[in-house]
Design a protein. Sequence first.
Length: 465
Amino acid sequence: MNAKTTKHWRLICLAPALLLLAACTRGLPDFTGLVGDLSPVVVNISTAAVLVDGESRRNDSWFERFFGLDPGQDQAPQPGAQSLGSGFIISEDGFILTNYHVVAGADEIVVRLSDRRQLVARLVGTDQRSDLALIKIDAEGLPTADIGSADDLKVGEWVLAIGSPFGFDYSVTAGIVSAKNRSLATEQYVPFIQTDVAINPGNSGGPLFNLDGEVVGVNSQIYSDSGGYQGVSFAIPVDDAMRVANQLRRTGIVVRGWLGVVVQEVDRALARSFGMRRPEGALVSRVVPNSPAAEAGLQVGDVILQFGKREVGTSRSLPHMVGRAEPGERIPLRVLRDGERMKISVRIGALETDERASLAPSPSDQRARPAAFELGVSISNLTHTQRAQLGVGEGGVLVTEVRPGSASALAGLMPGDVVMSVGQQPVDSRAAFREVLLASRGQESVPLLIHRRGSALFLALDVPG
């Protein structure tokens, strides 16, 4: 093969690689134009708290004694902890949205704009449940953020954040949407957007933008075992954030929907015991008396499969849906009860301070299949004293012993549990417990409703064939 032919084949082999490189290059977004347009709507927020009456030295008694200070005497106000965060402007007259934890406990809130002006802000209102706060500066003609919708976001879509990590103003980081509708134990009413955008202390409260320059989220949290960014960040969907901001602006408080149930996750074992083809929905383990759920006829053991037009994939998604509903609104539910699917209409109530739209799911225990079909549990009738100690009213039987490795142990039963029902049948004595279990022979497993340390939850028990 001559030199000309060799060169020709090299070009043929190289061409696909060049085309691939060109395609990849075309696919990467250029953020330069966006950053220039978006930065003016982002603000830096710094706060300070003043500690009075020796509070700043409450842990320094040795220091005070060494220098001859009386720990009890009045001290001059001391500068307290400072906080740094971000926010974004949502109105021309100075309303700014940020995180609650950025301004919590602050005596002074200072906002620095992109033109380097520093203005003192007043706190309009906060919502700890969603970790959001609305503040206001005295200014006019400010640039405002374009508000998009997180509902339109797609997993894999590019997003970018602008904020002040570690106090470095207007730092830009970018990444993709990793997942949507994530549930975190700290804020059960927020269906978080998960991204791999680098978020660090100081980014909190700052905007998450899409490539159209619209705010789609409020950067709020990271998931980390080191305290620093590890590739998992969470943002509050802007739809939820603006709903909170508008209520805070109008009334200073946030009103959410309330259903009045305690729910838990449906795992594979429970799904099998309820005759379900796959784990789905939210299993009702308690109905609050006189609640909207009670008035609508929801019962313990119901599995809520649909809330309005939205499927309830897991129990963790239900609080988001209920919290978004308007008090007084009538919502249709699709429910599984005793193996039958049915529809129930519920009029949503208003969530009060000490109530929950639906509590975070009870953790399901990990189980293995039992090697032998033995229950391995000892049951006794409850005395009046035991009922008073355990906080149990009528019904139920007490678990006094669980044999290690038995079906009961693998189901998650523990001594001290009170079994309230077996296979949806209430039990109030050892005889009733035994009778219902015998009637369950032939089923692969049965659901047990138990009372444990003041909480109700379901367990799936494999029964002998």
